[in-house]
Design a binder for this molecule. Structure first.
Ligand code: BGC
Length: 751
């Protein structure tokens, strides 16, 4: 099983570049020549501090570990002064004065918080991701951090998994473009600069494919699926020069990812030429034993054998590696190699030149949560919102009359940002609306309901950002109804609270929680127009809402500037332009539901009626509620007839598709034009369509823009049954349009 893919992998040529400056091997050789075995193993140890809650382990006594030479770095320590003291201890009291790596999870902003990654992805803009990552790097490095546990590039086809919020969605092509943008944004051109962070792509691999969408669960994966759909974003991050990589928590085909040599050593290092640092996920190493694939004593050796360099939290390298060396379970070469990689990244970050380069308190005072960073966060947030429905053009709202703002998420400062953002005072929807309308309209507010009726379930989903549970639910409701009755229009601000997605936040029922859905039904019964401003960290099942609510604006978790950004779009200062990057199902029973599926046996010719002996359900259509790529605008875009530059493509040639897109509505707007391909006959079945390109274009009202895509052989290639990367002669379909369902199809032949 181990080394399963080795033979074919060795056939696959690929080159990867390591970001940042080159390594001075002579310096590292000479340093290592004076280090003891224990000190080398000490460099491989990455314990956690306890300033930030991110797992179950207790913070370690860093000073003691530093003096004993048992520390390569740490994470989850907050504040530049504290970090500087530890760095000083390492340089002044630690053996050989080796500086420390300082890690953190800066997932969608540090102090200025941007939308959650799934939201960022919905803007289909590598530029936005780069800007976000750049600002995150400036702020985090100003506060002492030099290593970032981001981007998470796990493809996910199951919205029950809470961590779908942390990634870019279900598509490998878009996921790869965005993975690259994250890395480039964090690392810049020069890792040695004092405002760039070393990125860490995670979680290698397949964490997003956890069975049943249950966090930390098993993954079973065939090699064609692995190579064609799940691996591309990791590879894109590595090719972009990502300095480090994190293993994942899950089993893959019965083997723990942290002990899978075919994955880390053979594929990542030998085939993709990854020269950077590999760290385990939080306490993953002992779990190799918990999951039944090692004894606890051998877990460290197994992990190192597989290609891991650094142990996050568990301390097992320090505890067992020396003994494993004596027993011949690891070699001195392996320990040396891992130690060298840790020292190399420290050198690439410039820490040996100046250990305090990320510890400048003046910067921390000036560069965090600045006006200009917040302005960028507000602009980007508005681009991530997805308008799911807008009957009779209810949105945008006029700033006049009485506007009721109702719902448990309308005025909670600590719930605007979603997972992996420190609780803080962020702009609520109520603040944003009041500021936007000034004296021109009355904003009436009522909380209306709890998140859930059940206080325990509400608590389960609250994590570090609880919303107080109100016992008097009837009181909440009657206050909301009074406010609703007085108003001209109702804006319901509802959905998931901040910590209902992210790590350890899987849901079996992904509808809007009961208490809020009931409130929504009561609001609709008033007969007043209702707009739903939906907070969520995952695709939800909105079957009832899509039938009964005239306007739905999905805002994900927009970040620090949430309220202002939402007001910008609700009142029409900005036109929504986001499109979904993960399918919204009609029912949990359809999951996994994703647009780039294979053709089933007995395909269903018409999903509007039930067809016996077809691949379908007797009680639910196969269709998604809102497909991948979907999102409306306040204006309308009309597509012309696409044209191909030729009917046939020469081997190694290219072919162009062009299409006119006209803004036929009354407002300037931005459209995301999408290009999909289908290989009609191939060695292994290929998806019914696959995203292969997109263009985000601004079109003033009344104007037309020509969009052109170039189809090259790399867009046609796939890994075949022997994992050869190839493309075939024969027929291809090419589709262009505004989402994965709304497409015009043409054909061409590859010679
Ligand atoms: C998560 C990682 C994270 C790490 C450190 C783990 O629980 O899976 O994504 O980087 O903790 O906080």
């Amino acid at each position: 099983m181990k080394r399963e893919y080795t033979v074919v992998l060795l056939l696959l040529a690929s080159i990867s570049v390591f970001g940042g400056s080159s390594v001075d091997s002579a310096f590292i050789d000479s340093l290592m020549s004076v280090m003891t075995l224990e000190e080398k193993i000490g460099q491989l140890n990455l314990p956690v501090g306890d300033d930030i809650e991110s797992g179950t382990a207790k913070g370690a006594d860093f000073e003691k570990l530093i003096i004993n030479g048992q520390l390569g770095g740490f994470f989850n320590v907050s504040g530049v002064d504290k970090i500087k003291k530890l760095q000083q201890a390492a340089v002044e009291k630690g053996p050989h004065g080796i500086p420390l790596l300082v890690g953190a999870d800066v997932i969608h902003g540090y102090r200025t918080i941007f939308p959650i990654p799934l939201g960022l992805a919905s803007s289909w803009s590598p530029e936005n991701i780069k800007r976000m990552a750049r600002i995150s790097a400036i702020e985090a490095t100003a506060d002492g951090i030099n290593w970032n546990f981001s981007p998470m590039v796990d493809i996910c086809r199951d919205p029950r998994w809470g961590r779908i919020a942390e990634g870019s969605g279900e598509d490998p092509y878009l996921g790869s473009q965005l993975a690259k943008a994250y890395v480039e944004g964090y690392q810049g051109d020069d890792l040695k600069s004092d405002s760039t962070l070393m990125a860490c792509v995670k979680h290698f691999a397949l964490y997003g494919a956890a069975e049943g969408g249950r966090d930390y669960n098993t993954v079973d994966m065939g090699k064609e699926r692995l190579f064609n759909y799940y691996l591309p974003p990791y590879k894109a991050a590595v090719d972009a020069g990502c300095g480090s990589l994190m293993t994942s928590f899950n089993l893959i085909n019965g083997q723990h990812s942290t002990a899978a040599g075919w994955l880390t050593q053979d594929l990542l290092r030998d085939n993709w030429n990854f020269g950077g640092l590999v760290v385990t996920d939080y306490n993953s190493m002992p779990e190799i034993a918990t999951m039944g694939t090692s004894t606890i004593e051998d877990a460290a050796a197994k992990s190192m054998m597989a290609g891991t360099d650094m142990d996050m939290v568990s301390g097992l390298f320090v505890k067992y590696l020396k003994r494993s060396l004596t027993e011949g379970k690891v070699s001195m070469d392996m320990i040396d190699r891992a130690c060298r990689r840790v020292l190399e990244v420290k050198q690439k970050l410039g820490l040996f030149d100046d250990p305090y380069k990320y510890c400048n308190s003046n910067r921390a005072d000036k560069e965090l949560f600045t006006k200009s960073h917040r302005a960028v966060a507000r602009d980007i947030a508005a681009e991530t919102f997805v308008l799911l429905k807008n009957e009779n053009k209810l949105l945008p709202l006029n700033k006049k009359g009485k506007i009721a703002l109702i719902g448990p998420l309308a005025d909670v400062k600590n719930n605007m940002c979603g997972c992996w953002a420190m609780a803080g005072e962020h702009v609520t929807v109520l603040d944003g609306f009041r500021r936007a309308v000034g004296k021109r309209a009355d904003i009436l507010y009522a909380k209306g309901s709890n998140i859930y009726h059940n206080a325990t379930v509400q608590m389960n989903g609250s994590g570090i950002k609880p919303i107080p549970y109100v016992e008097d639910e009837d009181g909440l409701l009657s206050e909301a109804m009074m406010v609703a009755e007085k108003s001209d229009v109702i804006v319901a601000v509802m959905g998931e609270s901040s910590e209902m997605s992210g790590e350890s936040a899987s849901r079996a029922d992904i509808t809007i929680p009961d208490a809020q859905r009931e409130l929504l039904k009561r609001l609709v019964k008033t007969g007043k127009p209702v707009v739903l401003v939906l907070f969520t960290g995952r695709p939800l099942v909105l079957d009832w809402e899509s039938e009964n609510i005239p306007a739905i604006l999905n805002v994900w978790f927009p970040g620090s500037e949430a309220g202002d950004a939402i007001a910008d779009v609700v009142f029409g200062n900005k036109n929504p332009e986001g499109k979904l990057t993960a399918t919204f199902p009609r029912s949990v029973g359809q999951i996994p539901l994703y647009y780039n599926h294979l053709m089933p046996s007995h395909p269903d010719p018409d999903s509007k009626v039930f067809n016996r002996y077809c691949s379908n359900y007797i009680d639910c259509s196969n269709e998604p509620l809102y497909p991948f790529g979907y999102g409306m605008s306040y204006t309308e875009f009309k597509y012309g007839k696409p044209e191909l530059s030729a009917d046939a493509m020469e081997r190694n040639g290219s072919i162009r598709l062009s299409v006119d897109v006209t803004n036929t509505g009354n407002m300037d707007g931005t459209e995301i034009v999408q290009l999909y391909l289908r290989d009609v006959v191939a060695d292994i079945a290929r998806p019914v369509k696959e995203l292969k390109d997109f263009a985000k274009i601004y079109i003033p009202k009344g104007e037309t823009r020509k969009v052109e895509f170039v189809i090259t052989p790399d867009k046609l290639k796939y890994y075949d049954s022997e994992l050869k990367y190839r493309y075939d002669p024969g027929e291809f379909e090419v589709m262009v349009g505004s989402d994965s369902k709304n497409l015009q199809t043409m054909k061409f032949i590859v010679k």
